[in-house]
Design a protein around this ligand. Structure first.
Ligand code: MG
Length: 265
């Protein structure tokens, strides 16, 4: 008992001595002794000042890249190359173009991104028809690899890892805060890109947090691979990638998006 006490006391004294000599660069006071409150106060690097957007309208903050401001699709292109040909509406929204023969199909950003915060709003038309996966299906693909499902999930039964707020066939949402057709839904997505080993497997996995209409539905979720319709996620080494919006081939009425902005982290 006495020996244990002696060892513990020695450790405490050693730790205390170490702390006394610990120098933290970049603090206001870099002296080693005596210990002062300033030794644990960091001043650099300075934190960037950002003007917050109006939260009532989810307006873009000052350091965001606005991907869709309601006026045009200049930040977007067709995933098959060429111009993005979705419909830009007079009310500042854009609607999926399902006419694959005439320039419809998926669209993606011209820019590519790594770690980011993405804000995007979507609305299923009030007159939506269909059921299950064929009812307002779209999706937000992060880095063109990992699909956050967009689907009318207000009163529409389907597999839980395929409903709105799910990472398709990987991770069901924690809850379902989906608004009814005709009302706007909001996704705020915080994404941390993966890194890869030389052999092509993940060194660090992609992690993502999703806030859906103000409610956390994915809480620092680890993705284990790319989104696959059939089979299991696969691991494909990739670098920065675009945001892709899905034009799903189902026959239900096309959904709309608005107010899309992104911040690099
Ligand atoms: Mg989808």
């Amino acid at each position: 008992m006495k020996r244990t006490f002696t060892i513990a006391a020695f450790c405490l004294i050693s730790m205390s001595a170490f702390a006394q000599q610990f120098v933290i660069r970049g603090t206001k006071d870099e002296r080693t002794e005596p210990m002062k409150p300033t030794m644990s106060e960091f001043y650099y690097p300075k934190i960037a000042k950002v003007t917050p957007g109006d939260q009532a309208t989810s307006a873009a903050p000052s350091d965001a890249i606005v991907l869709f401001d309601g006026k045009d699709l200049s930040m977007w292109q067709s995933s098959r190359g060429g111009e993005a040909k979705w419909t830009v509406n007079p009310d500042g929204t854009m609607t999926v173009n399902k006419d694959f023969k005439n320039g419809g199909g998926d669209i993606m950003t011209k820019d590519t991104f790594r770690d980011f915060q993405l804000h995007i709003e979507w609305c299923v038309p009030e007159n939506i028809t269909g059921s299950g996966q064929a009812r307002g299906n779209s999706g937000v693909y992060l880095q063109n690899k990992y699909e956050l499902q967009v689907l009318d999930s207000y009163d529409n039964d389907t597999y839980v890892n395929g409903q709105a707020g799910a990472f398709y066939k990987q991770s069901a949402p924690l809850v379902n805060p989906c608004r009814k057709p005709g009302e706007w839904n909001v996704y705020d997505i915080i994404y941390q890109a993966p890194t890869f080993k030389e052999d092509g497997t993940y060194r660090t996995y992609p992690f993502v947090t999703v806030i859906f209409n103000g409610v956390i539905v994915q809480n620092h979720t680890m993705l284990v691979g790319t989104t696959e319709y059939i089979g299991f996620p696969t691991v494909e080494p990739h670098g920065d990638g675009p945001i892709l919006l899905q034009c799903h081939g189902d026959r239900s009425e096309p959904i709309s998006y608005r107010n899309i902005w992104i911040r690099n982290l």
